[in-house]
Design a protein around this ligand. Sequence first.
Ligand code: SAH
Length: 249
Amino acid sequence: MIYFVGAGPGDVDLITIKGRKLLEEADIIIYAGSLVSDEHLKFAKSDCKFYNSASMTLDEVIEIMKENPDKKIVRLHTGDPSIYGAIREQMDELDKLNRPFEVVPGVSSFTAAAASIKKEFTLPNVSQTVILTRMAGRTPVPEGEDILSLAKHKASMAIFLSVKNIEKLTKELIEGYGSDEVPVAVVYKASWEDEDIIYGTLKDIAKKVKEKGIYKTAQILVGGFIEGDYEKSKLYDPKFSHEYRQKRK
Ligand code: SAH
């Protein structure tokens, strides 16, 4: 059986219990070495075989799966595998080969980054929507999904894979949001020991990030949810009743 497992954002204890158990039982672990902590491999059996997919092609990964039909294989992806994990193409190949597989979700770096800055993406009157996206780089984005268009929604945003181009990114965000005063938090290596957080606004964040020399492994969080006023939620409002609680005087 093959298991696609989300390793979480960095901290080894941010994998699910199910994911950790699978690591302990695996005969083979194929891990995305560029972002998955080596620490995860310490939980494996002593005779477990490891492959670092960072230097492999899709065909090479599939080949290992193909050659080992009777083994328990864990394909370990960073964060949650459904987000920029490139797992669809692997799953489709396995379907063609009639090989069964399961997917075990993980803590994505966008939620880990929100935890690091201790904020909530969805404040009642600020934004009830989170946009997860990336800027077009070497990989383009489909029409209508450019940063400028997305920013016009003024939703909370978590931008992946884009810190290298933060100058161009902030220019487009300023145009979209129609303001350069929107709060931004750049979270470098959320949940890792060398995590770093840089706060600013669309106006000054690019300069601050450049000064720190950060060019990869960062979440760029943007929106009024990071700073400023908000209304309290109805959920815990004493004047508001719902299925589990009566209105109080
Ligand atoms: N599946 C992963 C994302 C893989 S794409 C997830 O769910 O998080 C890789 C990008 O994710 C990086 O360029 C960076 O933008 C972001 N990323 C991954 N781990 C991170 C971390 N610990 N802190 C901040 N950003 C991270």
